[in-house]
Design a protein around this ligand. Sequence first.
Ligand SMILES: C[S@@+](CC[C@H](N)C(=O)[O-])C[C@H]1O[C@@H](n2cnc3c(N)ncnc32)[C@H](O)[C@@H]1O
Length: 302
Amino acid sequence: MAHRPADSLLAQLADDLADAVVRRYRLDRSETLAAIRAEFSRRPALLDAAEKAIGLDDIKRMRVYRDAAQTVKKDLYYRLRQYRRKPSVADQELPDLTQLTAGSAASERLETIQRAAREHVSTSERLPHLPEFFEQLLSMVGVPETIVDVGCGVLPILAPLDGTGLATREYWALDKDREAMTAVRAYARLRADGRVRPLEWSLSEGWARAHDAGLPRRCDVGLLLKVVPVVARRSSALLTVLAATPADRLVISGSTLAMAKHQNIERRETRVLRSFIAAYGLLELDSFRTPDEIVFLVERAT
Ligand SMILES: C[S@@+](CC[C@H](N)C(=O)[O-])C[C@H]1O[C@@H](n2cnc3c(N)ncnc32)[C@H](O)[C@@H]1O
């Protein structure tokens, strides 16, 4: 609670900055405000400045404030660019997936699984419409017996393997992200039915390494969900490896919402997906969209 004029000036400053940040970026306001307050409290010079300032506009013009605002914005933006988010304070009381055992209560399992999913940005975006997403996906491809999910994040822990996806025997989950793979491995161990097959692997290692680790020569379906645009942006030379995903049909998708900003990126992502489809001689068979994703089903032209 602010008592002195300088404290209430800083509180107002933090509020205004939080408003400006959440207008632009996809951030939770209370977390944003907490980060701003923490940054302000690390800067005694800002409190000194607030004591001397003659008002809000005055301090907003000062370098000491502009530096603090810039640092916190950069830090928040950097956090947003990560696929994994830190668990919220409330979540920290739950065990993580690796601590669950076969004897863990079903409700604890469910909560822990959902929490792990919430920490991964692309996966968490689907949470509000997850059943519809899988329903549309499976009605488009049927229920594959074998799946290879390339750059899977933590999506495999949410796949409806005990529901509509019951006929799937092997769900190969490949990603280079160590923490995502730790979660998927823990989930696979918990299921203990051998159907989820996690493999920490990077596209840069090529398919031979994945086959050596047991990936079938050919799967029924390859999932390349929200991964083509990422690879196109970060390491386009690896698109060839993605296009060679050993599956009869590929489901490729892109986001409609920017990861960090309030911005619709559907047109840009569609362009990237269509140029991938064209460049690798793939044929578009079907498509659907959800609130955050555009999804295409393609196969190789013969
Ligand atoms: C936008 S996320 C999508 C995650 C998941 N497919 C989903 O839709 O929820 C992109 C994922 O691709 C993975 N990825 C990026 N480059 C990769 C590479 N070279 N090899 C393997 N995985 C990669 C990232 O680690 C990240 O988990």
